[in-house]
Design a binder for this molecule. Structure first.
Ligand SMILES: [Zn+2]
Length: 206
């Protein structure tokens, strides 16, 4: 789905070659502001939080049951969409806290999924988190019917658990995940630094 009018100044957009592609552009030669429509992308994040059952010593994973559409009553990893002005690691910590009451810190990136649909290019990143505070929510709210920690056998038998959440949860409960850890790398020129998730222990900051 391509834009017809500039969202910045309202002028009609015209097809112009930008590097290798023709894209809708608010042409500066025609008095426009130079806006380029690169298309629609969405970025979601999910959090894998693991604990150990005190009685049995079994590993368990944090899951939530949705209380609103789409997929009301379905189960997933806690998470949601990244806001335009926040980083992915801030977004996953915020979403897990909002949905479950637990305060977490990011250990690293453990999975990434992507699909190019006709109307939007959609991505979702899964982070391994460590709970560092807060208290698990015990009452339902508008968004979340319930949340809790579940063992491997409970995860395997859980109806209406989203396929990707099941895959990630089973992986986390049956093996040590490969974790891409966050480091800070400088931006180009005077731009601010980035967080870079990288799989090497040897990487040093330059
Ligand atoms: Zn414009």
């Amino acid at each position: 789905m391509q834009m017809k009018f500039c969202p910045e100044c309202g002028r009609p957009l015209a097809g112009r070659r930008v590097e290798r592609h023709v894209r809708p552009v608010c042409s500066q030669e025609a008095g426009g502001c130079g806006f380029i429509d690169y298309g629609r992308f969405s970025l979601g994040v999910g959090g894998l939080v693991i604990d150990i059952d005190r009685k049995t010593g079994e590993r368990r994973v944090l899951l939530i049951q949705r209380n609103q559409e789409p997929n009301r009553g379905g189960w997933t990893l806690p998470g949601g969409f990244v806001d335009f002005d926040e980083s992915v690691d801030a977004a996953v910590v915020r979403e897990v806290a909002e949905e479950t009451g637990l305060q977490c810190r990011v250990i690293g990136l453990v999975g990434f999924r992507n699909r190019a649909d006709p109307d939007v290019n959609t991505s979702y990143a899964v982070f391994l988190l460590e709970a560092v505070g807060g208290e698990l929510a015990s009452k339902p709210n508008e968004e979340i019917a319930q949340c809790g920690f579940y063992t491997l056998s409970q995860v395997q038998e859980m109806p209406r658990l989203a396929p990707l959440s099941r895959t990630a949860a089973v992986a986390a409960l049956t093996a040590e995940l490969h974790v891409l850890r966050p480091i800070t790398v400088p931006g180009l020129g005077d731009r601010p630094p980035f967080t870079f998730f990288v799989g090497s222990d040897q990487t040093t900051q330059s």
